[in-house]
Ligand binder design. Sequence first.
Ligand code: DAH
Length: 339
Amino acid sequence: MLDKIKSISDSVKKIISEADGSGVLNDMRVKYLGKNGEITALLKNLKNCSPEEKPFIGKHINILREQVEKLLAEREKTLAEIELNKKIESEKIDVTLSLNYPKKGGLHPLTLARNELVDAFVGMGFEVKEGPEIELDFYNFQQLNIPKDHPSRDAQDTFYINDNILLRTQTSAVQARTMESEKPPIRIVCPGKVYRLDDDATHSPMFQQIEGLVVDKNINLCDLKGTLDEFARKFFGEDTKTRFRPSYFPFTEPSVELDVSCFMCHGKGCRLCKGTGWIEVLGAGVVNPVVLKNCGIDPEIYSGFAFGIGIERCAMLKYGIPDMRILFENDIRFLSQYK
Ligand code: DAH
């Protein structure tokens, strides 16, 4: 029996150390210590030994059992460690790796500028109106006090489709349509595309405007000034100052142009404001009574003010864009700056 004990003892270390999974280890446990296991068999055979041999052999069987239990426990621990290390290795995250997220889109600077302009007026209670880009000469010009032979038509070089239909040159056409179909009080802004035969660094054949119109009782130039002051502060910054310069538009009387204090140099004079401290932003005025009358509103009862803002111009000023054409090239390197 001692030989058997020795042979098991000699081989068990190698066999257990080669077990490569908890399933194999369990088999080992059964093989040696199970009900029909080899060591259990030895213990069962102990009864065949002589009384003198029994304590000696019994002791060695116990030592062997303890040895096997210890080896199994150690191997179990080692296998668990190997398993864990494998898991850690396979789930390792390299936090220094730069991730290739899909590129996210953003709004075009012109859309950003338009949204901000519209928001500034919606915040003051204006409603948003839209009109057709293919427009009648009637609404684009005639209703606005610009008859067929009027010299001011020269200032807006027009794409005509035929004698009476054109690509609108100004969103002012929407004010004519609105006054014709709605009763005062009217308080609207009309953003949209307009078209003129123009193409250089500060002009494009298609550009966008926002038209504003207020018609009600007792509306005057002071209301216009207050509204545009508020707009200028919202869009260009809280400390922006404004000034009116006299101007001429056939559809307003008196007509003005609005300048804002240069938000880059704060009035000291710089490249943006060409040294003047002021930046020209928009045209405006008190609605010409002729226009009210053309559109079916009694100028004896009602008066109004109107303004027209170039969206590209505002975006160029606000974002420091030197050439209008960049806005239409859709170069991703340029656009991605404005998210
Ligand atoms: N429609 C003018 C233009 O395109 C801008 C404008 C000026 C609109 C004065 C107005 C206004 O409503 O009152 O140049």
